[in-house]
Design a protein around this ligand. Structure first.
Ligand code: SF4
Length: 271
């Protein structure tokens, strides 16, 4: 059976780190757009129902980790995790592996829809490795309803903002990923997070929006998502981003999901 841990790094994550690390199968957050879930169901490792059940990958937890070779100064050595999230239930195992990676000398990008409890514990546990750590929080909307639909068991907006502020005030490198963007106008979210971001704000669209098996209740969410991810709407968003203050704009990085869209139309995206 193919392991999630060893799957090929997708374009979304290879923009950020040389290697992925994961310590479990499944994710309680259960986002309908989750790529890892799609892969796990495709390879019959999980079903629509069992994806929510997080099973520890004991091999990944118990093994040793060495410093990996990484010649690219723009990439972290490890992104941890990439195919599940960090929840209180797995925090002890998460910290065991995080410490092993850091102790070996690796830099680690911690990616999460963050729970304040977890971020507080992590920042306390690994503060001596601060210079080797970056936090990248996936905060995709300010809208309660859309967050509840697209990431039903993940923390709400206020909890994610609290987590960002915790990492920021404790002096860690912080960044935010607005991918997949869930808002018609994400500039409000960008302005909200910018004061607490020391590094970058990544902006990207939803890459895969399913067209079949959608219930009547789900339809408005999918229609809205399709509209805001369309070529004409993405151009409008980029124009709005161009109007943001320079100090905010300097933190924004456009993800390859949008760069490719512009390339397809023979244009280079510029903000
Ligand atoms: S939090 Fe991430 S890994 Fe978990 S279900 Fe959502 S997209 Fe997938």
């Amino acid at each position: 059976m193919e392991k999630v841990e060893s799957r090929k790094i997708t374009s979304g994550t290879k923009e950020w780190a040389k290697k992925n690390c994961n310590i479990g199968f499944g994710c309680l957050h259960d986002c309908p757009y989750c790529y890892a879930k799609k892969i796990a169901i495709h390879y019959k490792r999980k079903t629509e129902e069992t994806w929510k059940v997080m099973e520890p990958n004991l091999k990944a937890i118990n093994k040793g980790y060495r410093k990996i070779k990484n010649d690219d100064p723009n990439l972290y050595d490890y992104m941890f995790p990439s195919s599940h999230d960090i929840l209180p239930e797995i925090l002890d195992n998460y910290l065991i592996v995080l410490k092993k990676l850091l102790k070996a000398g690796n830099s680690v990008l911690i990616v999460s829809k963050p729970w304040p409890y977890c971020i507080d514990k992590i920042t306390n546990a690994v503060r001596k490795y601060k210079s080797k750590i970056g936090f990248r929080f996936t905060i995709t909307s300010t809208n309660k309803g859309r967050l509840a639909f697209w990431q039903p068991n993940a923390p709400g907006y206020n909890d994610m903002m609290t987590s960002l502020i915790i990492a920021f005030v404790k002096g860690f490198t912080t960044s935010v990923s607005i991918e997949p963007n869930l808002d018609s106008d994400p500039t409000r979210l960008i302005l909200n997070v910018a004061p607490y971001v020391t590094e970058s704000i990544w902006f990207g669209k939803m890459n895969y929006i399913k067209a079949e098996g959608i219930t009547e209740e789900e339809k408005p969410y999918y229609l809205y998502q399709r509209k805001i991810s369309s070529w004409s709407h993405i151009q409008k968003i980029i124009e709005k981003i161009k109007l943001l203050p320079e100090d905010v704009k300097s933190k924004i990085r456009i993800k390859d999901s949008i760069v490719k869209m512009y390339k397809k139309h023979g244009i280079e995206v510029q903000i």
